[in-house]
Design a protein around this ligand. Structure first.
Ligand code: ADP
Length: 184
């Protein structure tokens, strides 16, 4: 059973690596960014509410995210394990996740932080060209990451649940490191 949380700044490759590892382990890759982008594309109420925040590079309010995570982790496929990508993104989401997992009688294996220098992040995001990947939004997302998400490195580090991984290696090298880190 694999249950992992992926942390790291925007552009670090969390989504790519989380998907590869989830496919190998045959468990769901749960990306709040993907869920929100789908909702936005389909114009659902969630998508409409989230759109402005995402386009500005801000976090969407916790009120939009927490129920969504509760529902997703309750689904049948998530009982075999999961990789969370993009959640939690601030301390209150991390505290929510703690109590949710207690409720579900689930524990996670660890938290992976993919570390990549800022200039590499910006270059990667500009190359990717998602609609929220313009310079202004990228800069704002990095700021929001530093202010709200980076404190989770200490949050999980203090509990000895954190694995630091160099995300500035070749894609396959990062995958190999991750596979070693979390043996089946
Ligand atoms: P990236 O890691 O490149 O920033 P994501 O796909 O993880 O991209 O997220 C895209 C956007 O979706 C974020 O900028 C934010 O607006 C929103 N988002 C995703 N996950 C969360 C979350 N857990 N809490 C609040 N907002 C979120």
């Amino acid at each position: 059973m694999t249950r992992l949380i992926f942390l790291g700044p925007p552009g670090a490759g969390k989504g790519t690596q989380a998907k590869i590892l989830a496919d190998i382990r045959q468990i769901p890759h749960i990306s709040t960014g993907d869920i929100l982008r789908n909702a936005k594309a389909q114009g659902t109420p969630l998508g409409q509410k989230a759109q402005g925040y995402m386009d500005r590079g801000e976090l969407v309010p916790d009120s939009l995210i927490l129920d969504l995570i509760r529902e997703r982790l309750g689904e049948a496929d998530a009982q075999a394990g999961w990789i969370l990508d993009g959640f939690p993104r601030n301390v209150s989401q991390a505290e929510f996740l703690d109590s949710l997992l207690q409720e579900l009688h689930q524990e996670f294996d660890g938290v992976v932080n993919l570390d990549v220098p800022d200039e590499v992040l910006v270059a990667r995001m500009l190359e990717r060209g998602r609609t929220d990947d313009n310079e202004t939004t990228i800069r704002r997302r990095l700021e929001v990451y530093r202010q709200q998400t980076a404190p989770l490195i200490k949050f999980y580090g203090d509990r000895h649940q954190l694995h630091l991984v160099d995300g500035n290696q070749l894609l396959d090298e990062v995958t190999a490191t991750l596979k070693q880190l979390v043996p089946v």
